[in-house]
Ligand binder design. Sequence first.
Ligand code: ZN
Length: 101
Amino acid sequence: MTDEPLKPLPCPFCGSGSEDLYCDGHYVHCEVCNTTGPSVYPVLDDDAAIAAWNRRVEPIGNSDELQSIIGMRIEELEELICELKNWRKFIRDDICIGIRV
Ligand SMILES: [Zn+2]
């Protein structure tokens, strides 16, 4: 059994394959889109850099789940906008009172 060198997965941003990727021991770089992988600095180890590059976040299940998450974030933002509008009104009132005094 031979230990084959670890190979980088295709670039997650442009899809370029290993022919367009190189490793300097700290990072994997994509020469097509200039993406640089996560650093393993101060370690100087191609396998560690490639393993970090190959680590991927699990994709979100389906579009319904994604739509639900986006909907919740929109509601949170709308609530924050309402709070900010209330604070803006309070600050304006405070400034007006300050001017009158
Ligand atoms: Zn790329």
